[in-house]
Design a protein around this ligand. Structure first.
Ligand SMILES: Nc1nc2c(ncn2[C@@H]2O[C@H](COP(=O)(O)OP(=O)(O)OP(=O)(O)O)[C@@H](O)[C@H]2O)c(=O)[nH]1
Length: 243
């Protein structure tokens, strides 16, 4: 049995889009190809956004990281990955309520977005954690930028939904550079930045910790892949001797 466009049941998709504030006008009962395409595009866009802050979500961010790794491995540039986590966020919820917690999450998202360049991507990774990827960003600029982000959040007075009070929060930031010329993996990059974030929390929070050396921390598989790729004669080189 073949399915016709007229049989498609789009009510659910349309209702979801309407609830999410996305208006996809449809002229008649049977959608045209353009109308169908608009619904598909809007659903794709929605699946990559965090509903609370409007930032790209984890799924979208992982895609951006993969793109950036690919670009920096070809261009020989380093990109910086930052992981940010609001300090003692549980106590914001506990003291002021969940709605106040949500207001804080939105306010921090706005501040981070305001501080970065248009080419950078700020995402909410889940809970009170954000990720930022900064293409073409080297060690000098990276530390300064992360420190600027930390200060901007700490200085911000966040208005609470009761309209009467405001509060301040701080963030801990961990960072790692993508290795230039090496095709690394998203998982390994995230793990390196996460290790720095863990260290920033351990050392007392409200601080920035960025891995010092951009290239040296490359996994054994990555070294293997790099040398297989760079050795056109197929000679076997022991990566341990080469790096
Ligand atoms: N309001 C609100 N709270 C959230 C949301 N997502 C996660 N949380 C809360 O975020 C809190 C995270 O707490 P923890 O993981 O203990 O971390 P923390 O209190 O920030 O402590 P440190 O990270 O160690 O400084 C939990 O209380 C979650 O319920 C959300 O979308 N809205």
């Amino acid at each position: 049995m073949t399915m016709r466009v007229a049989d498609l049941r789009l009510d659910h998709a349309r209702a979801l889009l309407r609830r999410s504030g996305v208006d996809v006008p449809v002229a008649g009962d049977v959608p045209t190809a353009q109308e169908l395409q608009a619904i598909i595009d809007a659903l794709c866009e929605l699946s990559e956004r965090d509903a609370l802050t409007g930032l790209p979500n984890r799924r979208a961010f992982l895609g951006r990281l993969a793109q950036e790794l690919d670009r920096s491995s070809r261009a020989g540039e380093t990109a910086l990955l930052l992981m940010l986590d609001i300090d003692h966020f549980k106590s914001v919820n506990d003291r002021h309520g969940h709605l106040a917690g949500d207001a804080v999450l939105r306010a921090v998202a706005r501040t981070l977005q305001e501080q970065v360049r248009p080419m950078d991507t700020v995402a909410r990774l889940g809970g009170e954690e954000y990720g930022i990827v900064l293409p073409n960003c080297g060690p000098g600029a990276g530390v300064m930028l992360a420190e600027r982000l930390r200060q901007a959040v700490a200085q911000q007075a966040i208005a609470l939904p009761d309209g009467r009070s405001a509060l301040h929060v701080t963030v801990s930031i961990g960072g790692a550079y993508s290795p230039a010329w090496v095709r690394s993996t998203v998982e390994h990059w995230l793990e390196r930045a996460d290790r720095q974030l863990y260290e920033a929390k351990r050392q007392g929070r409200n601080r920035v910790m960025i891995e010092a050396v951009p290239v040296s921390d490359v996994s054994a598989e990555e070294k293997q892949a790099l040398f297989a790729w760079s050795d056109p004669d197929g000679l076997i080189i022991d990566p341990a001797d080469a790096v």
